[in-house]
Design a protein around this ligand. Structure first.
Ligand code: NAP
Length: 315
């Protein structure tokens, strides 16, 4: 008979690995299907693998590199017996218990599943972009704004995220260019007013970043006017891309309820999805906080929810 696990965790960012630590310590022998190293959206360790210094994760007063932090999470989960499969889940069946989770031709079965497949920041798709992440290019103002004290930077986007980040970044930067491809912002009126009144923010209307410059570190961008198609170089020390996020939920369409914006729906203040025994945590269900520490916290919630749910089934 096939081995039926107490829990399978899909995804290995801060949420999934925290769930692994907690479920391992609760004797649930978790199997973590951690993703594929070659992929930018599903790589083991999640989004922190694409960052350099992490200075806001509590417990590291001198900061820590993102990949090292995730390697520590993984080692801690392994220490308590979590097992890992380095591959991408290709299909799930949550319609009956035990649940089935397929990785290609290999099928795994589990009494509970914890989903922590994360989200990805939308990117411009330009050469240099991936290489310069953490070297002047960022997708998180809360995380990286501090590194740009008294420097000139730009934010790309015209929605609430971009306008909010541009305003936040004026606490550090000497000048913030907001680069938007149209002549009207998408962001809410009050946010726009705040940005327009801020003397440190200059909005570059009808502008698109068409090239990112820099060898070791980002040094500037080439902007193209979307009306005249004229180009010019903007020398800056930092570039924040704030054009939206995409949760990694393709796998769960038709299996679990998604919110209108594509994120997994969980019951308020819990990690419960609408399928009993299936839990979700981290950025795949969080469209608001999107921080490593909040993801880790929700991974802990999912582990406790799964453990208690399983206990109730067995009693
Ligand atoms: P969004 O509303 O989808 O806005 C994305 C922005 O990026 C748009 O201005 C879009 O331009 C631009 N964009 C998209 N692709 C681009 C590309 N390839 N090149 C250049 N520009 C590009 O995303 P968001 O700002 O992340 O917000 C997501 C949701 O969260 C929204 O519902 C928002 O209201 C909400 N949110 C709320 C708050 C708050 O209330 N405090 C803060 C952040 C986010 P176009 O305008 O031309 O399409």
């Amino acid at each position: 008979m096939k081995d039926i696990r107490d829990v399978i965790i899909i995804g290995s960012g801060p949420a999934g690995l925290t769930a692994a630590i907690y479920t391992a310590r609760a004797n649930m022998s978790p199997l973590v299907i951690e993703g594929e190293p070659s992929s930018t959206s599903d790589q083991p360790g999640g989004q922190l693998m694409l960052t350099t210094d992490v200075e806001n994760f509590p417990g590291f007063p001198d900061g820590i590199m993102g990949p090292e932090l995730m390697s520590n999470f993984r080692a801690q989960a392994s220490r308590f017996g979590a097992e890992f499969v380095t591959a991408k889940v290709t299909d799930v069946d949550f319609s009956e218990r035990p649940f089935t989770i397929n990785v290609g031709d290999t099928s795994y079965q589990a009494k509970t599943a914890i989903i922590s497949t994360g989200a990805q920041s939308l990117m411009l798709g330009l050469p240099n972009e991936e290489r310069l992440i953490g070297h002047g290019l960022s997708t998180c103002a809360t995380c990286d704004g501090f590194f740009f004290r008294d420097q000139e930077i730009a934010v790309v986007g015209g929605g609430d995220s971009a306008v909010e980040e541009a305003t936040f970044l004026t606490r550090f930067a000497s000048k913030v260019y907001l680069v938007h491809r149209r002549d009207e912002l998408r962001a809410s009126k009050i946010m726009c007013e705040r940005a327009l009144e801020n003397p440190k923010i200059e909005i570059l209307w009808n502008s698109q970043v068409v090239e990112i410059q820099g060898d070791e570190k980002l040094s500037g961008v080439v902007l193209q006017d979307t009306v005249t198609e004229d180009t010019r170089v903007l020398d800056i020390d930092g570039l924040f891309i704030a054009i939206g996020h995409r949760p990694n939920t393709d796998l769960f369409k038709g299996h679990l309820r998604l919110k209108d914006n594509g994120y997994l729906e969980t019951q308020p203040n819990t990690s419960y999805t609408e399928v009993p025994g299936v839990f979700a945590c981290g950025d795949v269900q969080d469209d608001y906080y999107r921080q490593a520490i909040t993801a880790a916290g929700s991974g802990c919630m999912a582990a406790i929810d799964a453990e208690r749910w399983l206990e109730d089934q067995n009693s």
